[in-house]
Design a protein around this ligand. Structure first.
Ligand code: SF4
Length: 361
């Protein structure tokens, strides 16, 4: 992406490449939508309502029409409840058509491929397709073994970079994280060009170093947002179960009708921590506001009607979690793939930038 004048004014300090200049070696990004090319770099003052625009500008919305079915080739499929077949990495799925579409797209779940409906690359597929085409004279993985090698190796790298950009965009849009917004802008300026690196530079990229650089600001934002939400909780609900209520929204403006919830018992509260094993946990109808469930195992957990305001769900495993009627609209760091792996319904509330999966009927 282009860099704004203000972003050029400071050194992001991302020494993450082996012998390369992160900005100087990046590839052009062909194929971006005209409306995205027509706007300046991401705004340095954004609100929650602008996050959708920010995601477009960072090209983090998956657009399979600009991809060449990379996930259907590059990734391993293991016969399971998610996939009906075994397929090694680098071998095209037998359902992948010549035009890079899926022959069973309309019936993936009934055909035994629900894992495909949950997967979301956050736009890494279209980005890698463009970068590889630029480096290999327009060739795709089908045309050129070298292009295939680059594409398959670059996909997981760019996916991780896009994931970090997704989180940073969320922090930048959150008013309760304002104290770290300057640091987030620095992190965005340093991280966004990495996704456009040429294949050789992408393969040399130390993603762990990028994560170490970006992670602390995301951690601080989480603490700020969770602390602010806990502070806004009405005093009565800190002590005892609450009835249906209206309370300030996460934006600090207007009101937000929360589901009827009750505070978890002390025994449950003790289990609400990062990395917690909450497989199959009964969390139905609970007010989980401000909990840190980063990396928690919530497989099959019963979250029906729960309020997850300012709950940090970064990396949480929500496969099969029952979120029917739950309020995740203000949950933190929720990815499309997490939503797609959970089981919700039309009453489930999601962050504004996420759509209800088509299989949530
Ligand atoms: S079933 Fe369709 S979406 Fe899933 S990997 Fe195969 S081609 Fe891709």
């Amino acid at each position: 992406m282009r860099r704004s004048a203000s972003s050029e004014a400071h050194d992001p300090g991302f020494g993450v490449l082996d012998g390369g200049d992160a900005v100087g070696v990046r590839a052009e990004r062909p194929g971006r939508p005209a409306e995205v090319d027509g706007v300046a770099d991401y705004p340095h003052e954004v609100a929650l309502s602008d996050r959708a625009l920010l995601l477009e500008q960072l090209d983090l919305r998956t657009d399979c029409s600009r991809c060449t079915g990379l996930c259907c080739v590059a990734l391993t499929l293991t016969r399971s409840a998610d996939f009906a077949i075994d397929k090694p990495a680098g071998e095209p799925c037998p359902n992948l058509r010549e035009d890079f579409g899926c022959a069973i797209h309309a019936r993936l779940r009934s055909s035994g491929f629900p894992g495909c409906t949950a997967y979301d690359c956050l736009g890494a597929g279209q980005r890698v397709t463009a970068v590889v085409r630029a480096a290999h004279g327009g060739a795709t993985w089908r045309d050129d073994p070298a292009a295939a090698r680059d594409a398959f190796a670059a996909l997981p790298v760019v996916t991780q970079v896009h994931e970090l950009l997704w989180y940073l965009s969320e922090v930048l849009a959150h008013p309760d994280a304002a104290p770290v917004h300057d640091d987030v802008r620095t992190a965005l300026d340093g991280t966004s060009p990495l996704a456009d690196l040429a294949p050789a530079d992408l393969l040399a990229l130390d993603v762990d170093a990028v994560r170490r650089r970006v992670g602390p600001v995301i951690d601080r934002a989480s603490a700020l947002v969770r602390g602010a939400a806990a502070g806004r909780r009405p005093a009565a609900t800190r002590e005892r179960p609450s009835a249906t209520r209206t309370r300030p929204s996460g934006t600090g403006t207007g009101t937000h009708a929360a589901p009827s919830t009750s505070r978890p018992a002390a025994t449950v509260r003790r289990r609400l921590r990062p990395g917690a094993d909450l497989v199959g946990a009964q969390l139905r109808g609970l007010d989980l506001t401000g909990a840190d469930l980063r990396g928690a195992l919530l497989l099959g957990a019963d979250l029906r009607g729960a309020d997850l305001a300012a709950v940090d769900l970064l990396g949480a495993d929500l496969r099969g979690a029952d979120v029917r009627g739950a309020d995740l609209s203000r949950a933190l760091f929720v990815l499309p793939a997490q939503v797609g792996a959970a089981q919700g319904d039309p009453a489930t509330r999601l962050p504004a930038v996420l759509d209800h999966p088509s299989h949530w009927t």
